[in-house]
Design a protein around this ligand. Structure first.
Ligand code: GTR
Length: 324
């Protein structure tokens, strides 16, 4: 090897080392399986990040919740053991008080209203608090509205009385079920189908795509359109990992998340209609609830108790409700 060539070889080796030292490979948590809009959106996110960062940041998405239950995975992202994921804001409430805004039943008028709030001043407060806690939202996903399903129609709050209903991990949901005289049962998503099948619980609540994707429709008969919760989801990243990127790379990763979220919302619109049609074709009876006022009224005590214990949340709730 001539002198020049060896200098070149050494320089190349240093350059390669520098590239591999700065390359970031992130693990992403996703609870859903193939066929769910969020699974396709997270795969798209990984592709977009790779392209936008020229491979400086790569994302391996682990579907089907294989990296752990949602509360566990959130804790992992908070401490940086998992870098990123698609999370529901419901289970973030116990970790970040401001995120509980979205877990107050009927706080939003509709899905578009939820997006206006999340993309407005109240959403900024929620996002900042989440980032402080280590779980920084880069973009919001649509998760439609959650409704009850069981072996019987639920048309009034009285129909919930005495039923054991699975809820996600958040005290607001246990209060919500108790306020209607039901017995709340917080449980991991992965356990719900079996619990419904064996009668450990009498019902649960979710949106159409999740109701379908993990087979809850196979073990229930009625889906009742209470639409009591409209909970956004996020692509959320460990704050320190994100902040360690150069400003250009942060911009690229955020841009990929925003684009993946727009893609997700399109898939969601089509996918949730399709999921409804599929479960109806499979025999599920979908009940419209013409008057949701009794459900809303039943939530008065949930708001009163929550705001008495958390008076600092009052302003945020008012800000959300005042958003046009
Ligand atoms: C789904 C949501 C999941 C998870 C699940 C649940 O709609 O996308 O992140 O929160 O509901 O009920 O646990």
């Amino acid at each position: 090897m001539t002198f020049n060539k060896s200098i070149f070889a050494a320089a190349t080796a240093v350059a390669l080392m520098a590239t591999s030292a700065s390359a970031e490979n992130w693990r992403a948590w996703n609870i859903h399986n193939d066929g769910h809009p969020n699974t396709a959106a997270m795969d798209k996110f990984a592709e977009l990040v790779d392209a936008a960062t020229n491979g400086e940041v790569t994302v391996d998405v682990f579907h089907g919740g294989v990296l752990g239950s949602q509360p566990d995975a959130l804790e992992q992202v908070r401490i940086g053991a998992i870098e990123i994921g698609n999370f529901n804001l419901g289970p973030i409430g116990p970790m970040v008080k401001e995120a509980n805004l979205v877990s107050l039943p009927f706080v939003f008028k509709s899905v578009p209203h939820m997006f206006r709030v999340m993309e407005g001043e109240a959403g900024e407060v929620v996002a900042a608090a989440m980032g402080e806690a280590g779980v920084l939202p880069l973009a919001w996903f649509d998760a439609g509205a959650r409704s009850f399903y069981s072996q019987k129609p639920i048309e009034t709050p009285a129909d919930v009385e005495g039923l054991k209903i699975r809820v996600m991990n958040n005290d607001l949901y246990t209060s919500m079920i108790s306020a209607m005289g039901g017995n709340p049962s917080p449980m991991a998503f992965s356990e719900v189908q079996q619990a419904l099948k064996t009668g450990v619980v009498d019902g649960a609540e979710n949106n159409f795509p999740s109701f379908k994707n993990v087979g809850h429709f196979e073990v229930t008969t009625h889906y009742s359109l209470s639409e009591h919760l409209i909970i956004p989801e996020c692509i959320c990243v460990n704050t320190a990992k994100f902040n360690a990127l150069s400003p250009e790379m942060q911009e690229a990763v955020r841009g990929a998340a925003v684009e993946a979220a727009l893609f997700q919302r399109e898939l969601w619109a089509v996918g949730s209609e399709q999921a409804r049609a599929d479960v109806e074709a499979a025999g599920i009876v979908v009940n419209e609830i013409a008057d949701k006022a009794p459900f809303q009224a039943a939530m008065d005590s949930v708001y009163a108790d929550y705001l008495a214990a958390n008076p600092d949340m009052q302003a945020l709730v008012e800000l959300a409700k005042a958003t046009e």
